[in-house]
Design a protein around this ligand. Structure first.
Ligand code: PEP
Ligand code: MN
Length: 339
């Protein structure tokens, strides 16, 4: 961090600021240039509140040189984090495919879809039990019963289960879930993130609808700061001015997140596009971009799905897409993980 001082700053005010900063476990040095005086800060500046420094009368500008996230930062953790989910390795050089319905609807719907995605080569099962819906009149999910059915589907298929938490009051229901998803709308629910920092399960954290990559990494940092370092980042499309797709898939997020962070990165082409026909091409593009996993919505009967039918693949379409994904993943040197 560097602090640029105003010309009017008096020497005793500068000394006072340096003393104050040195008490915060950083080394503050005054650099006197011909036209400007600057204080450079070396050490862990993550706990320094830039706004309060900026508010000081003698300060012209404060700039961060290093990113404000530490635990999620590749600078301090050069090796990729590998998250083990019942033997599947997220971030370990293989590609994981998380597939399943948007919402858990009925036992028959979930089990037939789960068996079909397993057959096609999916490595994990997704399904929403608690659904964040734009309309309060839309299907809100089966809740506890949905989680029970996911556990049932895991018994039959052996696929680990991924499902979304919306409210901390439900946390006990997630005791037997393999990966807890935090949806886009909750990416900055800091109370929820802090609490998930104290649990021992992998957290799949989705990028907010209008969040920057840095904000996503700061949300990951919230979870990691609490002690849970098993965070999986997910790009699921962001809001732009383009109405032809539900969101705009920001694929540059993959190499950028991987450059700045050691955490595994997932692409969700279903919510990113909202259109089933775009899921295959965007999945292939995502594999080529170097992602560690894909999260794809599959429904045995999309036109009658209780949520997100337009973006859901049929089991047949998913199976065909999987063949292409497998071939490309093999070619890219990160083959699909075992299922
Ligand atoms: C989901 O994956 O079910 C979901 C609601 O996605 P998002 O939070 O990305 O909208
Ligand atoms: Mn959905």
């Amino acid at each position: 961090m560097i602090i640029i001082l105003r010309d009017s700053a008096k020497d005793e005010q500068v000394d006072e600021l340096i003393d104050r900063l040195n008490k915060l476990d950083v080394k503050a040095n005054l650099v006197e240039g011909v036209h400007q005086r600057i204080i450079t800060l070396i050490g862990d500046t993550t706990k320094i509140d830039m706004d309060s420094v900026q508010a000081m009368e003698i300060v012209e500008q404060v700039k961060r040189v290093q990113e404000p996230y530490k635990k999620a930062n590749r600078r301090f953790h050069p090796d990729d984090t590998v998250i083990d989910v019942k033997g599947r390795k997220l971030g370990g050089g293989t590609l994981n495919i998380i597939a399943g319905p948007c919402s858990v609807e009925t036992e028959e719907q979930l089990i037939t879809t789960a068996v079909a995605v397993k057959e096609a080569g999916a490595t994990m099962l997704r399904g929403g039990a608690f659904k964040p819906r734009t309309s309060p009149y839309a299907f809100q999910g089966l809740g506890a019963e949905g989680i029970r059915l996911l556990i049932e589907a895991r018994k039959i298929t052996g696929l680990p289960i991924v499902t979304e938490i919306m409210d901390l009051k439900d946390i006990d229901l997630f005791a037997d879930v393999d990966v807890i998803q935090v949806g886009a709308r909750n990416m900055q629910n800091f109370t929820l993130l802090k609490e998930l920092g104290h649990c021992d399960k992998p957290i799949l954290l989705k990028r907010g609808l209008s969040s920057t990559l840095q904000e996503l990494l700061m949300s990951a940092e919230y979870i990691m700061a609490g002690g849970n370092e098993k965070v999986i980042l997910c790009e699921r499309g962001i809001r732009t001015f383009e109405p032809k797709t539900r969101n705009t898939l920001d694929l540059s997020a993959v190499p950028l997140l991987k450059y700045h962070s050691h955490l595994p990165v997932v692409i969700d082409p279903s919510h990113a596009t909202g259109i089933a026909a775009l899921v295959e091409p965007m999945s292939l593009a995502a594999v080529a971009s170097g992602c560690d996993a894909l999260e794809i919505e599959v429904h045995r009967d999309p036109k009658n799905a209780w949520s997100d039918g337009a973006q859901s693949l049929t089991p047949e379409a998913f199976s065909k897409t999987m063949e292409k994904i497998k071939a490309l993943a093999e070619f890219c040197g990160r083959p699909v993980d075992k299922n």
